[in-house]
Write a protein that binds this ligand. Structure first.
Ligand SMILES: Nc1ncnc2c1ncn2[C@@H]1O[C@H](COP(=O)(O)OP(=O)(O)OP(=O)(O)O)[C@@H](O)[C@H]1O
Length: 692
């Protein structure tokens, strides 16, 4: 039986790029087949199609008589060993751990695994087996990758440029091993190489050009037919040939292999047994997947620190960055009533202000008013003229300025004493006693200054009324505003806190998921794991388990932070709050999973995470009311993963709402919805395309 048969293989990446154009290839069991050709001629593409990682547009590929495609990769993963062009290993694992990982996902017997690992490490001169892969040289990494392809003693070995970067002695050793293995254990090898001379050691050589094999024969037959003495020369000659001359090809299938034992691979019954030997959800395999992730996390101190610190830093920043009253705001003052401010301070220090108690008339009341604006409200910066104050505000030296008219005291006196007789109402309001110009480019600061100036005037006015023996309540508006639920001591922080919590927990889930899944897909370990026969369900199960551990950890950190930093009493059920936190984290993990499965570009993955974070942050209503959004946007906000949960968290913490309130059960249902949808779509897309 032929080990691999490729018939009429066509593959186009795009309409201009015909990589394989009706290629035929036959690899006999127990032989070494060297695939050579210029860079970019399609060797890797052919290998990935043979492995079922890439789909042919036309034609068939059979491994041991069974057709292979993306939908139906090889039935015998344990029989195949693949070494990709990129090293495709976990950089944080040691050599020993790497071989143990591969041995376990191939479900090897532990004693055999140890023996085989020792044998291969000796063969490939991998002496320091406790060194991490990321501490190895390029050549050493390739040797580890080669060892990983051979650890389970495969019967079909597919090697994409295994000898690149290795010295000639080691290359010789590898070839000797391959030749011995094909002879002694009937191993079949397909190998691509740019070292054409070493291909002379193979049983058959195929030279690819223009998407086809232009020759496929034993090196000796090629020498004979072309009248050359080495493959380099043959390769050079054939590459110069035009396409129409490419009919030189006797097939390698006519070459008689000196096989000792063909039975194990030719016997279909035994192959079936081989298929059945792989156990689904097998403990040691799952353990290997889990251990690999844990070792990776453990050896990436940056990542683990980031995972722990992310919520801590975010919450601390939030506590210090939000909710505090802005201090040190500079406000320009132009006082036309008392232009020399030293007079004001002397005056305030001496008699406070001059009051004629019989008529209740004052002097220089502007000093008195300005005295009510203390530094914690605004730091006063005095200017002599409006123009100067304007220039100061424009230059950013102040957040705005106010002018006090020269008739300030006169009008106030009038208001207090003769307000009932003022007939020229227009004149009264036009007095423009105090004109305020605020820099509205920072709305929050302008709002604060606005309120503080009004309050300063109220205080001033009340004092004046009291000094005139008038009831200072006259100044109050006849309205009392009482609050429901709000607690003064924590209202500022409590307002934005639920939004921050939902945002950060969602982000923690997304980032963790992205970092572990994208990393393994981009590094190539994902594909190698799938090729070893591990199902995507097994990988997902382990991933979700690890995510859950991370999510629970994040929630615990959050709850502790909440206690230590906020010390806010939770009115509602703490457990219910924990459930929403956990669901937020899990929803984030599922969103991260979905994103990582749909792109292998780290920049895109990170941008997607950032997009989710900022979109949800801006629209969730926790930092700015949803009521401020246009109606159509409110519909979008309502279905975002943090909007209803933010309201739910706020309602549990501050109002003590239970699961019967729509924001609480709505949050739980919404998050469950997110988890189910993103998980289902991820599973479906993995069914369609397992490989990264
Ligand atoms: N995913 C892809 N999308 C589009 N084009 C691709 C893709 N992968 C490979 N190609 C193109 O297909 C052609 C064959 O690539 P392939 O990697 O198979 O060549 P190769 O013979 O293995 O090259 P090398 O010897 O340099 O490794 C190249 O022109 C390459 O640009």
């Amino acid at each position: 039986m032929n080990c691999i048969e490729v018939r009429g293989a066509r593959k186009d990446y795009d309409s201009k790029n015909h990589v394989l154009s009706g290629l035929n290839l036959t690899i006999q069991t127990g032989s070494i087949y060297s695939l050579i050709g210029a860079s970019g001629c399609g060797k890797t593409t052919l290998l990935t199609c043979i492995l079922g990682m890439n789909q042919l547009d036309d034609g068939t590929i059979k491994i041991l008589g069974h057709e292979v495609s993306v939908d139906k990769p090889s039935k015998f993963p344990q029989l195949i060993g693949y070494m990709p062009q990129q090293t495709s290993l976990v950089p944080e694992l040691t050599v020993n751990e790497t071989l143990s990982y591969f041995g376990n996902i191939y479900q090897m017997n532990q004693v055999l695994l140890k023996q085989q690992a020792k044998f291969i490490c000796d063969l490939l001169e991998l002496n320091d087996v406790n060194k991490q892969v990321n501490q190895l040289s390029g050549g050493e990494k390739r040797r580890v990758s080669f060892a990983a392809a051979l650890i389970h003693n495969p019967k079909i070995v597919i090697l994409d440029e295994p000898t690149v970067g290795l010295d000639s002695i080691l290359r010789e050793k590898i070839w000797t091993f391959l030749i011995d293995s094909t002879k002694s254990s009937n191993m079949s090898v397909i190998i691509t190489t740019h070292y054409i001379a070493e291909a002379e050691k193979s049983n058959c050589c195929g030279l690819m050009k223009n998407g086809k094999l232009i020759i496929e024969d034993s090196p000796q037959n090629i020498f004979k037919s072309l009248g050359v003495s080495n493959l380099e020369e043959a390769f050079y000659r054939l590459c110069l040939l035009k396409n129409e001359d490419a009919d030189l090809q006797p097939s390698c299938s006519s070459i008689k292999m000196q096989q000792i034992d063909q039975i194990p691979l030719a016997d279909d019954e035994k192959l079936k047994n081989f298929v059945n030997t792989r156990k689904s959800f097998y403990g040691p395999t799952l353990k290997a997947l889990f251990r690999k992730e844990m070792q990776r996390i453990r050896r990436q101190p940056g990542e683990i620190t980031f995972t722990i610190l992310l919520p801590v830093v975010q919450v601390i920043c939030f506590v210090f960055g939000m909710g505090g009253n802005p201090m040190g705001l500079r406000l320009g003052i132009v006082n036309y009533e008392v232009t020399d401010q030293t007079i004001c301070s002397e005056y305030l220090h001496s008699t406070n202000y001059e009051l004629n108690s019989t008529s209740c008339s004052f002097q220089r009341l502007s000093c008195y008013f300005l005295n009510e604006i203390q530094d914690e409200s605004a730091i006063k910066v005095y200017y002599d003229s409006l123009e100067e104050a304007y220039r100061g505000a424009k230059a950013g030296k102040t957040f705005g300025f106010l002018t006090i008219s020269s008739n300030f005291t006169g009008v106030i006196n009038e208001r207090k004493n003769d307000w009932q007789y003022i007939t020229e109402y227009e004149n009264f309001t036009d007095a423009n006693l105090i004109q305020i110009h605020l820099d509205e480019s920072d709305y929050t600061i302008s709002l604060f200054l606005h309120i503080r100036l009004i309050k300063a005037f109220e205080r001033f006015n009340k004092k004046v009324l009291r000094d005139c023996d008038l009831n200072d309540k006259l100044e109050d508006i006849p309205m009392e505003i009482n609050t429901l639920y709000r607690r003064l001591e924590d209202d500022n922080i409590a307002t934005g806190m639920p939004a921050l919590f939902s945002q950060v927990l969602l982000l923690c889930g997304i980032l963790f998921s992205i970092s572990s899944i994208s990393q393994s897909r981009i590094e190539g370990i994902w594909n190698r794991t799938i090729l070893a026969g591990v199902t995507t369900s097994e990988i997902l199960a382990v991933q979700l388990f690890i995510q859950l551990i991370n999510d629970i950890f994040q929630v615990v950190v959050f709850k502790l932070l909440f206690k230590v930093l906020f010390d806010i009493k939770i009115e509602g059920n703490d457990l219910l709050l924990g459930v929403i936190y956990l669901l937020l984290c899990i929803a984030g993990s599922c969103i991260g999973l979905f994103v990582s499965l749909h792109t292998n570009n780290f920049a895109v993955v990170n941008s997607a995470g950032t997009l989710v974070f900022f979109t949800c942050g801006g629209l969730c209503g926790g930092f700015w009311p949803i009521e401020g959004q246009p109606q159509f946007m409110r519909y979008i906000s309502a279905i975002l993963p943090t909007t209803i949960p933010t309201a739910g968290i706020r309602n549990i913490i501050i109002k003590g709402f239970t699961i019967t309130h729509y924001t609480v059960y709505g949050a739980i249902l919404l998050l469950f919805g997110y988890i189910i949808i993103f998980l289902a779509v991820s599973i479906l897309s993995l069914r369609k395309r397992k490989f990264a």
